[in-house]
Ligand binder design. Structure first.
Ligand SMILES: [Fe+2]
Ligand SMILES: [Fe+2]
Length: 203
């Protein structure tokens, strides 16, 4: 994986200091801005989209049956996890008390493993993000970008109507997978590793 831990910079970052050399406070600020804020903002719409696509494609051979309930579990688990990092763990690290954070870090790492298992389950439910050939070949529509916010369930034959939202949902789920993996790697392999090694100075 092309990870944040090994990339010297993110595309939208202006400096060239590798993550491993940056102070924990800077890594935390980046995680909050680049990973936590988008999750808070986007997961509810993703859940709404998943529920509608599941409903509209019911009966299709590749319909992602169960994806709505699964996304709801992901949203709850992720929001619960982010709250613990934002309210407990990150303040401990920022206060220079990272050495006291051994147990919270262990809990967060166990929850990361749960998130990875949830992502694997997402692939099972979406048949590895596989779309019916007909859906994949239909022309793109601006509706694909509206997702759950404006897309309404239709009457009668649904497959053509559902196609843009179905494709958009899978694109968004792929982005969620890549983003969560990068987020987890940055926390596990950079931030937590440094804090557990006693590096909470130079904030
Ligand atoms: Fe996080
Ligand atoms: Fe985390």
């Amino acid at each position: 994986m092309n990870s944040a831990a090994t990339n010297p910079v993110e595309a939208n970052e202006s400096h060239t200091i590798p993550w491993a050399e940056r102070p924990p406070s800077e890594i935390i600020a980046f995680i909050l801005r680049r990973h936590h804020a988008p999750l808070h903002r986007d997961l509810p719409a993703l859940l709404a989209s998943a529920r509608m696509v599941e409903e509209e494609t019911r009966g299709e051979s590749l319909s992602p049956a169960g994806i709505g309930e699964h996304l709801e579990q992901i949203l709850l688990a992720v929001e619960n996890h982010l709250a613990k990092e934002e309210k407990i763990l990150f303040p401990l690290i920022l206060a220079g008390r990272g050495r006291a954070a051994f147990m919270p870090i262990k809990v967060m790492m166990a929850e990361h493993a749960d998130h990875v298992a949830n992502l694997a389950r997402t692939r099972v439910l979406t048949h590895d993000f596989q779309l019916p050939e007909r859906v994949g070949s239909l022309p793109a529509s601006p509706a694909a970008h509206h997702r759950g916010r404006v897309w309404e369930p239709s009457q009668g034959s649904h497959i053509d109507d559902a196609a843009p939202a179905w494709r958009a949902l899978y694109l968004d789920l792929r982005r969620l997978e890549a983003d969560l993996n990068q987020h987890i790697e940055l926390e596990n392999n950079v931030l937590f590793t440094r804090v557990m090694g006693g590096d909470s100075d130079g904030l």
